[in-house]
Every structure is written in C-alpha cells, then in structure tokens.
Design a protein around this ligand. Structure first.
Ligand SMILES: Cc1ncc(COP(=O)(O)O)c(C=O)c1O
Length: 382
C-alpha cells in the first residue's frame, strides 16, 4: 500500500505547523493511501466521455447508498427521505438555518470535530457544551448534563457525531436511545453526523440514529456519504437522510434557493463506484487501521497511551502525563517529535493534553511516527 503524498500540500502544512522541516504529516481526516482503484477507473472513464454538462442523478446515488447500507450495516432505510448535498458542512449549515433561530443554543459534545463550532458560531447560534467524560472505561456521554442542556429553553438542536471524531467511540444503541429520548422530551432537533459510519473496528457495530429514533417522535436528520471512508472529500457529494417530510422539504427549499443542488459529474461517478465496488477496499482499510492501532497500543513509549479506538481511522493519543500547556504540547509534537498531528485542543478545551493521529496510512509510516515519539521522549528523559 503506498502513501498518498498529495494529502498534505505545502501551504496547508505551512499554515498549521509553520512548515517545520522533515515533518511527518498525519493530521488530515482522510486515508493517506491510494484510493480504491475502481473509483479512479470510474473517474477516468467519466473523463473520457468528453461531456461535462448538467447531469442530475440523485436516485442513482440514493440507490447505491442504500444497497451499501443494507449490505454493510443491515440497515434498510429505503422508506426514508434521501437528499443530496455537496458536503456535510453544507448540510449542517442548512439544517441549523432551517431548524434553529439566531441566538439559539446548539449542543456539541466536545472534544469534537472542529467545524461544528464554527458552523454554529458563524450562524450566530450559541454552543451549548455537553462535554464527553473520560472514564476508566473510555469516553462516555454525560447524559445527565445533556438533559440539563436540552431542557434550557434556548436549546433547539444537538450535533451528534457517531462514530465520534476525534475520540473514536462508536456509540451503542443504548446510548443513542437515551439521546433520542432526551432530545424528544425537550424538542431538540438531532443532526446526526454519521460520516464515519463505515469505519467501525473489531466487534463494534454502527447504529444508525434513524433506528433508535423510530417511534420516539424525536426530529432528526442524519448525514452520510463516501467522502471519509473512501477519501473523496475533493469530489464531494453527500447525503441527508430523514424520516420527516417537513425536514426534507425545508432542506430542499433552502438548497434550491442557494443553488446547492448542482451535481459534479466526477463526484457522481466516484460516489456510485465507491458504493457499488468499494467493499473489498474498505475491508482492507479497516484491517490496516486495526494493525496500526495495535502497533500504537504495543509500541508507543511511556507515558503516551492510545485511547481505546472503536471506530474511525483517527487515533486519540493521551499525552497528559507530560503536563504541558496546549501551546507547549503543540510545539513539542511539531518541533521535538517532528509529527504533523492535530493537537487535542483544536477539538475544544476538553482535548487539552491529547493529540489526534490519522492511522489510515501505510504501516511503515505509523512505525516511523512511533519512532519519532520514542526519540522525542528519550530526549525529554536525558
Ligand atoms: C465528523 C465529520 N463531519 C464532517 C466532516 C467534513 O465533511 P465535509 O468536508 O463534507 O464538510 C469531517 C471531516 O473530517 C468529520 O470528521
């Protein structure tokens, strides 16, 4: 498996890490390996058609997605509304606009994917923090605090991340049911970001929020697509799924008002190829991630630990024993360890003392990263 060197363009490295010399970058949430050859072939075939005009095929996208979901996750959602959206961020932005008001509180569960906060704040809504709790048994939802936050009259939505970036939890059906019940009780709209759904490890199973929401009366929309699983963020098409006709209509109305409904011919080709032919490639990716996670578990030098990883290819490293401030830890990672990772505080103050490393990468690169940690730790000791 070769590394996908394109993933780290120099301007981006310069912006985030000051262009540190000899940095090993493993910080973007995408596979650092060649994407499935079937997808490349489909894009090449589409390019050879020589016609790049208007092409809309949302039904083909929905059909390939639902066939994939039935096969990989035993989830039949063909009775749900399935809408196409350019990106997850677009979908969250539109849902916030349509189902909350300026000044409303939107619950986030930090440490969590950085864009959520930006999307909430830029829409002039307020972040209501329902921080995750790190127990001896891994990260847990703070359901009592969720109840309190949801009960506040200004709170109208929750952005749920399942599986969770960056802490790697795959929320269980029981946990998600509690979320659905609490949100229904307080009229909180659930935006379930399920973009990492396919990336579950070992015995962990992805539970679609749709399945726990059924019959509860909670209002929800779930966000899906092949962009994270298959490394397709640059040829993006994603989906919004909901059981609520009003939600679907409101989403479509806003999307068409802003002309967000236009399809990209290459994205259409990539999306369909991913879901119709990408199964074996994803199996390979998951076993690579499991191998790399095991390496981290076995070989990371004390006092660095891997937080138990249930899903996603984003490993969450606990470096709190160094007792460094957030700036110092970021400098140590890029400067002493020469690793381009995402310092934990990027994901909220709850992430202080942690770092996220993308492990959908060739095993030699993960070995290299571990070696860099070993050298940097040795220098701290000497
Ligand atoms: C949970 C989650 N949602 C959304 C995104 C980004 O999706 P998009 O680029 O389609 O906005 C990411 C990217 O890392 C992510 O991890």
């Amino acid at each position: 498996m070769t590394s996908n060197a394109q993933a780290n363009d120099p301007p981006s490295l310069e912006r985030h890490f000051g262009g540190a010399e000899g940095l090993l970058p493993l910080w973007i949430a995408e596979p650092y390996i060649d994407i499935a050859p079937e997808i490349t072939a489909a894009i090449e075939a589409r390019a050879r058609v020589g016609w790049y005009g208007y092409e809309t095929r949302p039904q083909a996208l929905a059909d390939s997605f639902w066939a994939w979901m039935a096969c990989r996750h035993n989830w039949d959602g063909t009775d749900l509304h399935t809408l196409v959206s350019p990106s997850v961020g677009t979908s969250i932005g539109v849902l916030i606009e349509q189902f909350t008001q300026p000044g409303d509180g939107v619950i986030l569960q930090p440490p969590v994917f950085t864009d959520f906060k930006t999307l909430v704040a830029s829409a002039e809504r307020t972040v209501a923090r329902n921080s995750l709790v790190l127990t001896d048994d891994g990260y847990r939802l703070d359901l009592a605090d969720l109840e309190t936050k949801a009960a506040e009259p200004a709170t109208t939505a929750l952005i749920l991340c399942n599986p969770h970036n960056p802490v790697g939890r795959v929320w269980s059906a029981a946990e998600l049911s509690e979320v659905a019940t609490i949100c229904e009780r307080h009229g909180v709209f659930v935006i379930a970001d399920e973009i990492h759904a396919d990336l579950t490890l070992h015995q962990h199973k992805f539970t679609p929020f749709a399945t726990v929401a059924r019959g509860t009366g909670v209002r929800w929309a779930a966000l899906h697509g092949p962009i994270k699983t298959f490394g397709l963020a640059g040829v993006c098409d994603t989906l919004v799924v909901t059981d609520d006709r009003e939600v679907a209509d409101a989403f479509e109305a806003k999307s068409s008002r802003l002309h967000l409904t236009r399809n990209n011919v290459f994205a259409l080709a990539a999306f369909e190829a991913a879901y119709t032919t990408g199964g074996a490639w994803v199996d390979g990716l998951l076993s690579l991630v499991e191998t790399n996670a095991q390496l981290l578990r076995d070989k990371l030098p004390e006092p660095i630990h891997l937080v138990d990883l249930e899903g996603t290819y984003l490993a969450w490293l606990d470096l709190r024993d160094f007792q460094l401030g957030v700036r110092e830890l970021a400098d140590w990672l890029a400067g002493a360890a020469r690793l381009g990772l995402s310092p934990g505080h990027w994901f909220g103050r709850e992430g202080a003392g942690f770092a996220r490393i993308t492990i959908a990468a060739p095993t030699e690169q993960i070995e290299d990263a571990i070696g860099r940690f070993v050298d940097a730790v040795d220098r701290v000791k000497s």
